[in-house]
Design a protein around this ligand. Structure first.
Ligand SMILES: N[C@@H](CCC(=O)N[C@@H](CS)C(=O)NCC(=O)O)C(=O)O
Length: 219
């Protein structure tokens, strides 16, 4: 039995895991959480009452949280792309950057996007301003890092890049990098050129009209 992934093609945290699966050509069953398969949502809720996704089920075990799922895949389904370095010190840097992209780019990006879904009288412009300032700070730090790196943690594509791909893809839509962060821009372009990332971007294309801020006509 191959692992089963509950996910949606437009959902940023699902991209992290999909990139990891595609990088290593890991076979899996995709339970897409859309109106075409309401049973998938019912199963997800039974597996994880918080109803957050992605969730992976393998050999009767339910694995939750995108980073933990990728860690699990590297243990149980290792492939040619080693997403967590064998060296524990090098792995610390990868795990730190994975947290960086989730906490300091994905989180403020989500704040800006989800604010748009609120009723107008429940919106939070102060919180959105804070999120934009947080993104500027996060882009700035990352730009300094990426002057000398091909991938987030160095020369090799890792878990950190799986996290960076959706974070920078959508953050650039919500709060453009402009000309201020050239190294981060180049890194984002390199990510989009990676076949596994290009594949998730393509699979998500039909859902772009759902982007609450209006998807820009690029990427
Ligand atoms: N920390 C979780 C975040 C998961 C998450 O927030 N997923 C979003 C989709 S990208 C979700 O479940 N949204 C539906 C909801 O919040 O109800 C992870 O890394 O897996």
């Amino acid at each position: 039995m191959q692992p089963v992934l509950y996910a949606h093609p437009f959902a940023s945290y699902c991209w992290k895991v999909l990139v990891a699966l595609y990088e290593n050509r890991t076979a899996f069953t995709y339970r897409s959480l859309g109106p075409e398969d309401p049973q998938a949502a019912t199963e997800l809720e039974a597996l994880w009452p918080l109803k957050k996704f992605p969730v992976l089920v393998d050999e009767g075990r339910c694995v939750i949280e995108s980073s933990v799922i990728i860690e699990y895949l590297t243990l149980r389904y290792p492939g040619p792309v080693r997403l967590i370095p064998a060296d524990p010190e090098a792995a610390l840097e990868v795990r730190f950057l994975d947290r960086y992209f989730d906490n300091y780019i994905m989180t403020p990006m989500s704040k800006i996007v989800t604010n748009e879904l609120r009723p107008e009288d429940q919106q939070d412009p102060y919180g959105v301003d804070e999120a934009r300032a947080a993104l500027d700070a996060a882009y700035g730090w990352l730009d300094g890092l990426m002057i000398r790196r091909a991938w987030a943690a160095g020369d090799d594509f890792t878990l950190a890049d799986c996290a960076a791909a959706p974070a920078l893809f959508y953050a650039e839509w919500a709060h453009p990098l402009g000309e201020r962060f050239p190294h981060t821009r180049s890194y984002r372009s390199r990510l989009l050129g990676r076949p596994a990332v290009a594949r998730v971007v393509d699979e998500a294309r039909p859902f772009r009209p759902l982007f609450p801020l209006g998807a820009p006509d690029r990427d």
